[in-house]
Design a binder for this molecule. Sequence first.
Ligand SMILES: Cc1ncc(COP(=O)(O)O)c(C=O)c1O
Length: 379
Amino acid sequence: MNLFNVYPLFNINPVKAKGSFLWDDKGEKYLDFYGGHAVISIGHNHPYYQEKLRDQLEKISFYSNSVQNELQTELASKLGEISGYEDYDLFLCNSGAEANENALKLASFHNGKSKVLYFSGSFHGRTSAAVSVTDNPKIVAPVNYSERFIKSEWNNVEQLEEVFRTQGDSISSVIIEGIQGVGGIMIPTPEFLSRIKELCDQYNAILILDEVQSGYGRTGYFFAHQEFGIQPDIITTAKGMGNGFPIGGVLIHPKFEASHGLLGTTFGGNHLACAAAIAVLDVIRDESLIDNAEHMGSYIEKEIEDLPHIISIRRKGLMIGIELDRDCAEVRKSLLYDHHIFTGNSNDKTVLRILPALNIRKEETNLFIDALREVLTKL
Ligand SMILES: Cc1ncc(COP(=O)(O)O)c(C=O)c1O
């Protein structure tokens, strides 16, 4: 059997990882400045994370959601504490798309309405409703398309108001990323976010903040939206939550009423996934990684802002978009093959996306800064 060929692959085969470094099968060392799409939050194979997972493996790794699981309650309690959303409930699942799928469904169960408003440049995942609110026609199959999903322009308050004026009564929810990642590190204006919140309240629509990429301390706040002082009804999370172990979560305002069977999943919240997610939160707290994200992010920004061919830098914490005056593909390739540094791209071909682990060290950021300087100077 062959693999279904959907991923363009670099010709690199990593077999070992530690902190912010990877090693391939030939023993070559690479700096990970992308964290496998923002997934590696506390660094590869953090010793505390390894210990917690090993311990759990010795005890029990899985049973279904039909029994008590104290790890789930410990995770919920720690997540509430670190995020400040102590009065919210947590539903555990396996991925970002699944978290968004459940959020959209929950909103619709709650208010009985069926339309969803999303924004240009969005990415919310590849499952049914999640892909329908993703602004990329290439990945939306005919079966996913429906006029119930309404697109409005990013950061455009006037258009937002017009959509609510004409269709507000049938809008069940609005879904928005804390910061658009796949869209090219696009930061919402405070006016845009607060107007969305006001209109949601006015029209009895649910505000869903997708923090799958921008959450978990990456932006110097636990959730990116917390910088703007708005409070969503539902928050979704995944990527950095398990540091590579698949887990997603939906944080749910107390006004939502749970009932048995309303949501569900076979694997979500299993013992191993919870052990991984608890270890991540412990390390974020104990090693002050939210502060480190902002500290290291601002250092990188200052060091690279005057380099040639950079048009602008969009950044919060360690969520960094470097806009170049050209397609960033050649720059990425040179960083990877000449300097052994992984970086990311985005739907905006000119934007180099940087998402390193939150515990990246200054000497590691300097490797990236020096390499980028050399590559951009040679262009
Ligand atoms: C903002 C956002 N939401 C949702 C998803 C989907 O997450 P997953 O790939 O875990 O389904 C992603 C993945 O890139 C994302 O960036």
